[in-house]
Design a protein around this ligand. Structure first.
Ligand code: SF4
Length: 232
């Protein structure tokens, strides 16, 4: 049995807090958390600040973010007394891409959209994860068809480290009940109908009854709706 399968077996039935506590003690100094500023990641930020504030937290600033993202970074830092690291893309790669394909290239084709995500998200993520053995994510199985076969612990083949999803079994209701009862600061985009937080030109609010990730790259088919950060 692989190490990943063993970890999944060992952590089966554990709470999200117990999963974070386990990795915080087993991978001290080698563990980081990528906060994408959505509701799930705010829940994890709250847990980390309770369990082990020394776990470094970072977020990616693609350069195409909503203003609400900057205010939730600020409010979170103030509430918990932390300093979320903001990781930017390589400006040379962004400039080259924009010069070649245009500023809004993502609307032209799936290939262009994936290129933009690679330059603005995947490359900076790789740098942010460099030197770590484990990263924590706020993925939930019920978020989308692209996530329904994910486990608590995964091997991230792109970045070559362990990925941990402490909220994998959580429902949307679990997330919001935690936020309300613990007074967790959340991104105000959620009050405007945004259920999944992404870049401004690629994310819209959803209508009642729509899938919670329907607002991401809404012009593409559901099976394409990942930026590459969470590919299996
Ligand atoms: Fe580019 Fe859109 Fe991907 Fe953001 S979500 S990196 S703007 S394609």
């Amino acid at each position: 049995m692989s190490d990943i399968s063993l970890l999944n077996q060992q952590l089966k039935g554990k709470t999200a807090e117990e999963i974070i506590t386990f990795f915080s003690s087993q991978y001290k100094g080698k563990l980081t958390f990528a906060n994408s500023l959505g509701a799930e990641d705010q829940v994890i930020t709250h847990m980390i600040c309770d369990i082990d504030k020394s776990i470094p937290i970072f977020t990616l600033d693609t350069g195409r973010m909503f203003p609400e993202n900057y205010s939730i970074i600020e409010r979170t830092n103030q509430k918990y007394g932390i300093n979320i690291k903001v990781q930017f893309p390589n400006h040379l790669l962004v400039e080259e891409m924009v010069e070649k394909y245009g500023i809004n290239l993502f609307y032209d084709s799936i290939e262009n959209r994936k290129l933009c995500c690679a330059v603005r998200k995947m490359e900076p993520l790789k740098r942010a994860l460099s030197g770590y053995d484990v990263w924590i994510c706020g993925l939930r199985r019920s978020q989308s068809m692209t996530r329904n076969n994910m486990n608590i612990v995964e091997w991230d083949t792109i970045n070559n480290l362990i990925k941990v999803n402490p909220l994998i079994e959580w429902s949307n209701e679990d997330v919001w009940s935690f936020i309300e009862t613990r007074h967790v600061p959340y991104n105000k985009l959620h009050d405007k109908g945004f259920t999944s937080i992404g870049c401004l030109p690629c994310t819209r609010a959803i209508e009642t009854g729509e899938d919670i990730r329907a607002g991401r790259w809404w012009w593409e088919n559901p099976e394409h709706k990942e930026c590459g950060l969470h590919k299996k």
